[in-house]
Ligand binder design. Structure first.
Ligand SMILES: [Ca+2]
Ligand SMILES: [Ca+2]
Ligand SMILES: [Ca+2]
Ligand SMILES: [Ca+2]
Length: 194
């Protein structure tokens, strides 16, 4: 018996239709669109089910054990898993006071930087008032600085402008996960800074 071998190579076009048909589904690249509901590379895996789509944010977010935004907090423990600037609601900061005897004119007020606790995108609201007027309801509380990025503020007011007792300060952190507390109930619901 004589077997006749068919020629798969077409010298005119360079096509090898039999080989191409076999190789196509197995080797032809990647899932090109990760949210079209189609298996683009015909490997039986569609969209996020295809490892080709692992780097796509909406696919990465399906996995609690990954850190999609690279901020060091796994998705399951990250209140903003697609925002590298925040992973926790800011914690409470502390009350500070400034006495006239301790400072004359401008003074820098500083506090604990919450970037390590809440994420690099932390902003701060600074509320202040005079100690002379301080009472349980915090009368006269005003927003001294809204959404400042630094864990410090230079207060240009003369401490003597706060009377003989000086100024009080309360600061809270804020990020895309939420606002931290001032730590004093009358201020929490009040519009002292946005
Ligand atoms: Ca696929
Ligand atoms: Ca697809
Ligand atoms: Ca994260
Ligand atoms: Ca985050």
């Amino acid at each position: 018996m004589i077997w006749e071998l068919s020629q798969d190579h077409d010298p005119a076009t360079g096509d090898e239709p039999l080989l191409d048909a076999l190789a196509g589904p197995l080797c032809s690249g990647r899932e090109t669109i990760c949210d079209d509901g189609a298996d683009n590379d015909a490997d039986t895996l569609t969209d996020c089910a295809d490892p080709d789509c692992d780097a796509a944010m909406h696919c990465c977010l399906l996995h609690p054990d990954r850190d999609c935004d690279g901020d060091g907090a796994l998705n399951a423990a990250d209140c903003a898993p697609d925002d590298g600037g925040a992973f926790a609601v800011p914690e409470r900061l502390v009350l500070a006071v400034r006495k006239p005897a301790a400072a004359g004119g401008a003074a820098e007020i500083s506090w604990t930087d919450l970037a390590a606790q809440a994420g690099a995108g932390i902003l701060y609201d600074l509320a202040s008032g005079t100690i002379a007027a301080l009472g349980p309801a915090f009368p006269g509380a005003a927003c001294l600085s809204d959404d400042g990025p630094a864990a410090s503020y230079t207060d240009g007011r003369s401490a003597g402008g706060g009377g003989t007792d000086g100024f009080w300060y309360l600061v809270r952190g804020e990020n895309v996960c939420g606002q931290g507390p001032y730590g004093r109930a009358p201020l929490e619901g009040a519009a002292v800074c946005d």
